[in-house]
Design a protein around this ligand. Structure first.
Ligand code: SAM
Length: 294
């Protein structure tokens, strides 16, 4: 590789290029050996890169942090999408905030009942680059016409457009930079207002091991606003610690109280991670996670 090495997280070491993703508070460093930097640019919002890794295929990197890889993106995208869509009996109108890699949007349109997915991504470059370099995640050819793109801040979109949704999915990056507001109470209040009477929201709520304070904050804040709140987990090798959390909040419907109907609605024909058993099991939490919510 003879391109100059620049950008957050990239270093040259013993003639090899590595991307380092630190969890500084824990003195923990994940290192990715980079076979090739396929794309690198600074957008209006962040540094956007695509790398070829050694074992995980291509990876989308934002501000030096690996967001998704060709090898395990399906786990995150199936979990953030199928759980709320199966939990709702008729998820016709869906809003997806963030999710620029397009993986979650592609999962959402696997539900024939879905009529529209408003995909609100702040950074058009993430969509452009994912569609160009990450076909395993973003798909090839035309996207399903039910997916409508809005290149805007998700918090402002929800606050100002005042549309009403059955399901809102917050597929954001970590709570720094443009995504920070998506982890705060004012945003959740407007999501609550944008949901119909039986509406459901889900957000990615970070690692229970590396970011327990953030998970606790998200869970408790949602509990102040919604009568039903459940955190669920998935094993995602790409993310630090390998265990990732999602938190579902519902105005009325409790998926745990009608699990047989929820499982029956799951579209699992092509899934590689979630099936009916896992859908039920993902809500069973280890004691150290349950302790966060007391
Ligand atoms: N699956 C990945 C994960 O959890 O790490 C990441 C999903 S996706 C790449 C996250 C997206 O959220 C990014 O493309 C980023 O541009 C977008 N984003 C961040 N802040 C946003 C905001 N305020 N409004 C809309 N999209 C935002």
């Amino acid at each position: 590789m003879d391109k100059p090495i620049q950008g957050k997280g990239f270093t040259k070491w013993n003639g090899e290029v590595w991307l380092s993703d630190p969890e500084e508070a824990h003195g923990f460093l994940a290192n990715w050996k980079v076979k090739e930097v396929l794309h690198q640019e600074t957008s209006d919002f962040q540094e956007v890169a695509v790398i070829e890794t050694v074992g995980f295929g291509r990876a989308l990197v934002l501000d030096g942090i690996v967001q998704t890889t060709a090898r395990d993106a399906y786990i995150y995208n199936e979990m953030i999408t199928h759980v709320p869509l199966a939990a709702h009996p008729e998820p016709k109108q869906v809003c997806l905030i963030g999710g620029g890699d397009c993986g979650a949007a592609r999962e959402a349109v696997k539900y024939p009942v879905v009529e529209r997915v408003d995909m609100v991504e702040i950074d058009p470059k993430v969509v452009e680059v994912s569609r160009k370099y990450l076909p395993e995640v973003a798909g090839e050819g035309e996207l399903d016409p039910r997916i409508q793109f809005y290149f805007e801040d998700g918090a402002a979109f929800i606050r100002e457009k005042k549309r009403h949704y059955d399901v809102v999915i917050v597929d954001s990056s970590d709570p720094v930079g443009p995504a920070a507001a998506l982890f705060e109470r004012p945003f959740y209040e407007t999501v609550h207002q944008s949901l119909k009477e039986d509406g459901i929201m889900v957000c990615q709520s970070e690692s229970p091991m590396f970011h327990p304070h953030m998970l606790r904050k998200v869970h408790h804040t949602l509990r102040e606003l919604f009568p039903v709140v459940h955190t669920y987990l998935a094993a995602i090798p790409t993310y630090p610690g390998g265990v990732w959390s999602f938190t579902l909040a519902s105005k009325q419907l409790d998926p745990l109280k009608e699990m047989e109907a929820v499982k029956a609605r799951l579209q699992d024909g092509q899934n590689r991670y979630i099936d009916q058993g896992l859908l039920e099991g993902c809500f069973k939490l280890p004691v150290y996670v349950k302790e966060l919510f007391r």
